[in-house]
Write a protein that binds this ligand. Structure first.
Ligand code: NDP
Ligand code: MG
Length: 455
């Protein structure tokens, strides 16, 4: 008997030339009956983008960097692929009626625009770009609810939590469920994605961030359909290249050392975030908005092997975890084929080689970034946008040899502490604060004597 599948889902990959973007294209190439490349974007790497496009044959490619647009050679792009430019190009790709899913893998705050446009168009968005949720989580989740769009996690920890929360997704008969039909499924709801929200103090209808310490959550309340059953989620962290070190050992950390991650191969920004543990701070905030859980029900544990990608502890004491080798192709694929599981290219666990899984408490003294994440997750409002922008600017300056490793969380703390807090910011206010925080980092660095190390 042959099983017939509906036509493949058409995927737009924003940030296709990066680490997540190239892994996404690998997943798509392995599943031609289910997935098809509809559009690709990059910022400045147009040669790599055109090469990807000539291989994967999307309808469009978009180059967003104006300098790159001026320099690119159109003749290197095959006929039949339309070249678009700038944010308008991204907006056109993600809103096209032919597109089913948008994979958001641009790095940093720059990822917000494309994700926003896709959600406004009612698309399913697989979000790798955690900075979007850190900056504007309540507004993003509320927008998704308003447009009956879906936000699905790609970050490995959040995918693990999502998988543990949805052990029995509703299946449609006859194989693959289209993203459109999924919207009637367990995640759906015009007022938010949390079906148990009505009875729960976490639910809020306003779409605005309360800013209260662990108070009512804003807007659509997240992907957790039975929030009352969850005692806590525990996000695992590899600990990065400096696990076990003390602050005194980290004073002269070089860029090369910070970029040597023990278990994951990723873009430079998130690799530095993993070394400072700011990545985990951002992930606590991401989990807060994605799942509609208060900060006090989100924990972080160090797990050096990066095999257990996170745990969910339920109120009855049961703990569900998701395990797999550190390979982003698995969470990417799960988001793209959700709610189906199919054989794909991700590496499988080799149980014979698996001898030890270790867990340790984070060292908050050496890695103060994690506490910043909790604070921001509790306060909400403008804090996420400020922390995110300060960190992005600080990491950029560290990578340029202009800021020391230990100064990254210090400058973030300083900028966060003296920003003008507002509990219910608009998107425009968040964008202004993003610019302000970056300038503050420049000011902070200028006021300090230079003591950095570059290799
Ligand atoms: P990379 O640095 O490898 O890739 C970034 C991508 O974004 C590139 O395609 C780049 O284009 C594009 N880009 C950069 N700046 C801009 C801009 N200003 N406007 C538009 N596009 C831009 O990053 P990663 O793939 O590692 O990470 C992407 C996102 O996924 C991040 O938010 C990260 O936190 C998240 N993530 C990544 C994981 C990983 O394993 N890598 C794991 C979990 C989450 P160009 O090549 O032209 O510069
Ligand atoms: Mg992660």
């Amino acid at each position: 008997m042959t099983v017939s599948h509906p036509s493949p889902r058409r995927v737009v990959v924003l940030g296709s030339t990066g680490s997540i973007g190239t892994s996404t294209l690998d997943v798509i190439a392995h599943l031609p009956q289910r997935l098809q490349t509809a559009g690709l974007s990059a910022h400045s790497s147009w040669p790599a983008l055109f090469e990807q496009a000539n291989r994967h044959r999307p309808a469009w490619v978009t180059v967003t960097d104006p300098d790159a647009v001026r320099k690119l050679d159109r003749s290197k792009l095959d006929h039949g692929i339309e070249l678009l430019t700038g944010p308008e190009g991204v907006a056109r790709m993600v809103a096209d009626p032919e597109v089913d899913v948008v994979l958001s893998a641009v790095v940093g705050a720059a990822g917000l625009e494309g994700t926003w446009a896709a959600l406004e168009a009612g698309k399913t968005v697989a979000v790798a770009n955690k900075e979007t949720l850190v900056m504007a989580g309540p507004l993003v989740m509320e927008l998704a609810a308003r447009h009956n769009a879906l936000v699905l996690p790609v970050d490995s920890e959040h995918s693990a939590v999502f998988q543990a929360l949805h052990t029995s997704p509703t299946r449609q008969r006859g194989g693959q469920t289209s993203p459109t039909r999924q919207r009637g499924g367990p995640l759906a709801g015009a007022s938010g994605l949390c079906s148990g929200a009505e009875e729960d103090p976490l639910a809020g209808a306003s779409g605005l961030c309360s800013g209260a310490e662990d108070g009512p959550l804003a807007g659509a309340s997240g992907l957790c359909s039975r929030v009352e059953e969850v005692e806590r989620v525990v996000l695992t962290a590899s600990g990065g290249p400096f696990r076990g070190k003390r602050a005194a050992d980290l004073a002269a950390v070089t860029v090369d050392q910070a970029l040597r991650h023990p278990t994951w191969r990723m873009g430079p920004k998130i690799t530095v975030d993993s070394a400072t543990l700011m990545n985990k701070a951002l992930e606590v905030i991401e989990a807060r908005w994605l799942f509609g859980l208060p900060a006090k029900r989100i924990e972080v544990i160090i797990h050096p092997e990066s095999i257990v990608h996170s745990f969910v502890e339920f109120v009855d004491g049961s703990v569900l975890a998701q395990l797999s080798p550190p390979d982003m192709r698995l969470p990417i694929q799960y988001a793209l084929t959700y709610p189906e599981r199919v054989a794909g290219p991700a590496r499988k666990l080799c149980w014979r080689e698996l001898s030890e899984l270790r867990f340790e408490q984070p060292d908050h003294e050496t890695f103060p970034a994690v506490q910043l994440g909790y604070e921001v997750a509790r306060r909400g409002g403008t804090c996420g946008a400020v922390l995110n922008a300060a960190n992005e600017a600080a990491v950029g300056r560290f990578l340029a040899g202009e800021l020391s490793f230990l100064d990254i969380p210090r400058v973030c703390r300083a900028v966060l502490d003296h920003h003008n807090f507002s509990a219910r910011p608009t998107l425009t206010e968040l964008a202004a604060l993003d610019r302000w925080a970056r300038q503050e980092v420049t000011r902070w660095i200028a006021s300090k004597p230079r003591t950095t190390t570059r290799t």
